[in-house]
Design a protein around this ligand. Structure first.
Ligand code: SF4
Length: 193
């Protein structure tokens, strides 16, 4: 089967919310490399895929035809989008014609040049199963996405983990400030949770 036909997407939605200042299609990829106790999207992480990249392309074309080749932002979310085997091919499918955004936990850094316009990096904690060298991994992620126009670190307020979050944010404070990341504390998780 062609990889574009594989059902690796739990759901996708078109919206005005997920891409700064743009109409967007957000793809929620199945699967994740972490197991956060408060994941709101377990059904996406553990669920079967229902849609393929070809389904997304079809929807995108319909919207473009309706709105006279309107430029749509493509948002890669989940679950964790970077774990997809064909992630680079998926990105290459859209990169030339669309602004791209990613919602990621930052554990896997893509092995191609950053081509995202917007990134939301979600901070995690030990109980999620983060690696020992989490701070170094996050620092690498901060640098990988540094050219993005919009750069956000999403910290979901979970009382028991505030000390742990504070530690990571303090360790990375200089990099966060120098690279221009905005730290957002919220009750809503953007990266699939
Ligand atoms: S919260 Fe995010 S990183 Fe954690 S399991 Fe859910 S999708 Fe994965």
């Amino acid at each position: 089967m062609n990889w574009k036909e594989e059902k690796i997407i739990y759901n996708f939605v078109d919206n005005f919310v997920d891409f700064p200042n743009k109409y967007a299609i957000t793809m929620f990829f199945t699967g994740c490399n972490l197991n956060c106790p408060f994941c709101y999207n377990k059904h996406v992480v553990n669920g079967e895929g229902n849609f393929s990249i070809n389904d997304v392309i079809e929807k995108k074309t319909q919207i473009e035809n309706c709105f006279n080749n309107f430029k749509i932002g493509m948002v890669f979310s989940g679950g964790e989008p970077t774990i997809q085997n064909k992630f680079e091919d998926i990105i290459n499918t859209f990169v030339n014609d669309h602004p791209l955004a990613i919602h990621t936990n930052g554990i896997i850094i893509p092995n191609f040049k950053n081509c995202f316009e917007s990134v939301v990096l979600s901070l995690k904690f030990k109980e999620c199963g983060i690696p020992e060298n989490y701070v170094d991994i996050l620092r690498n992620a901060l640098y990988y996405y540094k050219e993005c126009k919009q750069k956000e670190i999403n910290v979901v307020k979970v009382k028991n983990y505030l000390d742990e979050y504070t530690y990571y944010l303090n360790e990375l404070k200089e990099d966060i400030d120098n690279l221009g990341y905005k730290v957002i504390f919220s009750n809503n998780i953007k990266e699939g949770v």
